[in-house]
Structures are given as C-alpha cells and as structure tokens.
Design a protein around this ligand. Structure first.
Ligand code: PMP
Length: 354
C-alpha cells in the first residue's frame, strides 16, 4: 500500500441491483415500477425541453420550491415541513449525517435496507443491529434501550413486512430523546403511513420516494416530512454539502406526478392485485414467504436453493435479487412486474421446479 493510501477513507460500498443494458429481459430485481410515469410527467418534460430548455444555463432553484410546495399541498403540510432530495437515498444520507450525531449507537434491524450500515460506516456513526424475530418481524421492545437514533423501513425491505402503526408509535413513545426515521419507500402498496405522527411527535421523520409507486426511479426524487425544526437542520446540512442537489428536469417533472391522482391510484392498485395473485401461484409452486405489503415478495423454497433458482432465472433472462447474507441466503426478492412478466416468471418456475 502506498503511504498516501493510508489516509484515504475506505468504505465497503452498497451494491445496487444490476441494471443490464438489454431491453428484452424481465427485470424484477430492483423494485422498479413496471408501468410508465403519469402522462403529465411526459408533458412536463416536453414543455421543459421546448419552452425552458434555455434555463439549463442557470442553476436550479436550490430550495426546490415548486416541488416542495406540491408535496406540502398533496400531504396537507406546510412547506417548512418538507425536504426534497435526489431520490430517498440522498434524503436518507443527509438525514443520517444530520440526525445521527451521538456517541451512542443508532439502532436498525439486522435484516433491512443494506444501505443503512454503509451510511453509518461512511459517516462513522456507531450502530447496533436488532435481530428480527424468526418470522422476520421487528420486535418493538428491542428499540427501548438507550440509543443515538432509530431507522427502519415500513414495510421493511427486503421482507415486505408491514408494521402496524401502534407498534411504530410504541417505538417512538419509548424514544423521545432521539430522532426516529421511518423509511416509507414502499408504503403506497397497501400500508398505512405514519405521516400523521409528525404532528404528534416532533422527533419523527418520514422519508418517501417517487422511485416506486410513482414510477420515477430514473428521475431521482425523494423527500422527507417532519417537524419544521428537523427540516431546518436537514437543510442546514444540505447547504453545507451541495446546495443544488436537484436538477431542473426533475424539478419540472416531479410535481406533474403528484397532479394525476387517478393514474397513481390505478397503477398502485394494479401492482397490488398482481402481487396478490402471484402470492397464490408461488404458494402453489411450493414457495413460502411472510405476507408482503410492498411491490416485491421475499420467498424461499423448501426443496430448491434460492441461489440456483436465481441463476437459472437469470440464464433465461429473468432478473430477481439474491442476497448472499446470513439468515436470508436462501431467499429471493422478486419485484412485482406487469401481469405478463409475472406470467412468464411463473411459467419458467413451473418447468424449473418439476
Ligand atoms: N429505502 C428503501 C427501503 C429502498 O429499498 C430503497 C430502494 N433501493 C430506497 C430507500 C432508495 O430509493 P430511491 O433512492 O430510489 O428513492
């Protein structure tokens, strides 16, 4: 190792799901939405390229005011309760940096979004993983101990398990001296958001995204909602890091997604219906899984190794996600695609599992 290398910050990075270039594959590996964004998003982008193209000379609005206002209106909040970022990954990273600044460890589940420990390591935040129970559920009493903050997704990822609101409130009630972040990336697929709790508890931050239920993973838009003091601190850190996080096209397109409620309701309903049907079919094929309220299923098979199924699927052009990690290395996470895509997955599995 060169001497200069000794002083370099070394991290073990998060590994994103594969984004293969071929278009003819069935992509069920990164929980993207199989349906396009609302038609208004396309119109907003066309309008931007035809009318506002010249604006690209200028920096974007650092406050993301139009988007923040649209979000505030949509969720019946004040503008100072909303923070926007480049996907929820950006928002969550900023939130880790802002709110988890104690010597005590932050707490999150042992099986959860695998970016949490990466950010904690990157920002040198001590952490402790709390084991999920044998059925992969979060145990609220594990979060009663002294800590430097709490984060978990609801529904959890990659399990898809939704935590009831009373259990979430129980965790919050036991943690009034730290910030509790609830990562609701998948909340729109049948869960009940903890958003109303931000009016009752000033230490709760809700993080959501346009990547899943609004079909805009490629645009990178995420947001946080909480008490105005939390949002102020979050903005202070953002402006100390990169004041122009969101580009002009994202700022032009994202509000249009919020305007088309019928489209939003329609696509999320379709995904939930497909999910429920696929649950039945996978059960018939011998898969078992806890109930998922997200746009993916987390499944295991009694007689076949997950890794073998994963590789066989990939060879036939169907991408799902496999995590080579303790407790879950015999599971597959399968995103919910269109009905046709899921039919092809089931057809393949029927022949493979014979
Ligand atoms: N939270 C969870 C639990 C996720 O699974 C993801 C998707 N990888 C994200 C946050 C980040 O999503 P995005 O940055 O696209 O909003």
């Amino acid at each position: 190792m060169k001497v200069w290398e000794e002083n370099i910050r070394k991290v073990i990075p998060y590994i994103p799901g594969e984004q293969p270039k071929q278009k003819d594959i069935i992509k069920l590996n990164t929980n993207e939405n199989p349906y396009p964004p609302a038609p208004g998003v396309r119109k907003a982008l066309i309008r931007f390229s035809e009318m506002d193209y010249d604006w690209l000379r200028k920096y974007p609005d650092p406050t993301s005011d139009v988007l923040v206002e649209s979000l505030a209106n949509y969720y019946h909040l004040k503008k100072d309760q909303v923070f926007a970022g480049v996907g929820s990954d950006d928002v969550l990273a900023m939130a880790f940096l802002t709110f988890f600044n104690s010597q005590k460890p932050i707490l999150f589940p042992d099986i959860t979004y695998s970016f949490y420990d990466v950010w904690a390591d990157l920002f040198q935040i001590p952490y402790e993983r709390q084991p999920l129970d044998e059925r992969f559920r979060i145990v609220p009493s594990d979060y009663y101990k002294k800590n430097g903050g709490i984060i978990f997704p609801n529904p959890n990822a990659p399990t898809g398990i939704l935590m009831p609101l009373d259990e979430i409130e129980d965790i919050i009630r036991h943690n009034q001296d730290v910030i509790v972040i609830i990562d609701e990336a998948y909340i729109d697929f049948g869960g009940i958001s903890a958003l109303p709790l931000i009016e009752k508890y000033d230490n709760v931050l809700i993080v959501q995204t346009f990547s899943k239920s609004r079909s805009m993973a490629g645009m990178r838009v995420g947001y946080a909602m909480g008490n105005k003091t939390l949002i102020k601190y979050l903005n202070d850190v953002k402006y100390s890091f990169n004041s122009y996080t969101m580009n002009q096209t994202a700022l032009a397109a994202a509000p249009a997604a919020l305007e088309d409620e019928a489209y939003f309701q329609g696509t999320r309903k379709k995904i939930m219906e497909t999910r429920e049907r696929v649950k039945e079919e996978l059960r018939e094929l011998g898969f078992s899984f806890e109930d998922s309220m997200a746009n993916f299923l987390f499944v295991t098979h009694e007689n076949y190794w997950a890794r073998d199924i994963f590789e066989a699927l990939k060879r036939s052009g169907i991408y799902v996600r496999y995590f080579n990690q303790p407790r879950i290395d015999n599971h597959l996470r399968i995103s919910i695609g269109t009905d046709e895509e899921m039919d092809q997955l089931i057809a393949f599995l029927k022949t493979y599992l014979k």
